[in-house]
Design a protein around this ligand. Structure first.
Ligand code: TYM
Length: 335
């Protein structure tokens, strides 16, 4: 039986180098395994937990769809769709809410961080975000969820909720596992290498967008914060800046961090920055041209989204139905 691989990305702001290295690259690799059935989703419902400008949200969803395709997500081998096109997500999220405790949600790191950042808009959705994410995952009988480190806590809560439901009603849900890429599960900000590179970081030069021009990429890496000595070595605790550059270089050249650090140990910081920028430019170069072509063809992007949503619903609807039946609801007769 093939393994179901499921993951998602919020189409807000820009897609970052962290998103690509920590997640989307892995999505593409997993799609190449014939034993995998891959389902990838643009989590537009999740984005509105923080206020979004309507035009930006719309345009970003189209951009992220074009980017996923440009990066090699294959609409035929994988299922690629927008979360808001599949209403089963919201329905399952409601049901799962009734099997999730407020205390559990209060303890979520991202909820605490985002509540601090958006103190004027601590809405119910922000708190409920992990339940919607659990619904995303459980709706598809998912075995593996490829994510970066920051999403692991959310996958854990999805496991807890699935186990709780199964203990009450029998085997309703598959209990999923989070999987992380070996190199780059947490790419750090270029300006503050102790915090994650994040789409929403407004600090100039902190974040590399996958659509940045080569000149911009060089400029950002040149300005990257390094450490006070001059030694190149991989040590994320005492040398976070250099370690982040080594991680990015390793990921961009598909090598281990250890081998990369050994090769670079005699370089100066300036050389390491340029080598990393060059490797990133080469890694991203093929995407740019394909992206430009795809984003100019909204009709095609709509077609891909509709095709993906149709296939997603074929899997999601029976799983939702099974859960509703287990709870005891009277199911509507087919006819
Ligand atoms: P999002 O949109 O914040 O990020 C998408 C993916 O990119 C990873 N990521 C990173 N990896 C390495 N370094 C970084 N600096 C970095 N920043 C982000 C994230 O870990 C993630 O894998 N809640 C999710 C979207 C989602 C989802 C799901 C994911 C909704 N439903 C179901 C998996 C399964 C999110 O906000 O990801």
């Amino acid at each position: 039986m093939s393994k179901i691989i499921y993951s998602g990305i919020q189409p807000s702001g820009v897609m970052t180098l962290g998103n690509y290295i920590g997640a989307v690259k892995n999505w593409r690799l997993m799609q190449d395994d014939p034993d995998h059935r891959c389902i990838y989703m643009l989590a537009d419902l999740h984005t509105i937990t923080v206020r979004q400008n309507p035009q930006d949200l719309h345009d970003n969803a189209m951009r992220f769809m074009a980017l996923c395709l440009a990066m090699g997500i294959d609409k035929d081998r994988s299922i690629l769709y927008m979360q808001s096109h599949v209403h089963e997500h919201c329905e399952l999220a409601w049901l799962l809410n009734c099997y999730t405790y407020v205390g559990e949600m209060n303890r979520m790191t991202q909820f605490k961080d985002k509540s601090a950042k958006h103190a004027d808009n601590i809405n119910m959705g922000l708190m409920d975000y992990p339940v919607l994410m659990a619904a995303d995952i459980l709706l598809f009988g998912t075995h593996c969820v490829p994510v970066g480190i920051d999403q692991v806590q959310h996958v854990e809560i999805a496991r807890d909720i699935a186990t709780r439901v199964n203990n009450l009603y029998g085997d309703v849900f598959v209990v999923p596992e989070g999987v992380m890429t070996k190199v780059g599960a947490k790419i750090m900000s270029l300006q503050d290498p102790t915090s994650k590179m994040s789409k929403s970081d407004p600090t100039p030069n902190a974040v590399v967008s996958v659509l940045d021009t080569p000149e911009t990429i060089v400029k950002k890496f040149k300005k990257a914060v390094t450490d006070s000595d001059t030694q190149i070595a991989y040590d994320p605790i005492s040398k976070p800046g250099v370690s982040n550059l080594l991680t990015i270089l390793a990921a961009a050249t598909d090598r281990s961090v250890e081998a990369t650090a050994a090769d670079c140990r005699h370089m100066r910081y300036g050389d390491l920055k340029l080598a990393t920028a060059d490797a990133v430019i080469e890694m991203l170069r093929p995407f740019r041209e394909r992206y430009d072509r795809l984003i100019a063809d909204p009709a095609y992007l709509h077609e891909v989204a509709a095709f993906g949503a149709g296939r997603a619903r074929e899997i999601a609807a029976p799983i939702l139905r099974r859960f509703k039946q287990a709870i005891g609801f009277v199911l509507p007769r087919a006819d």
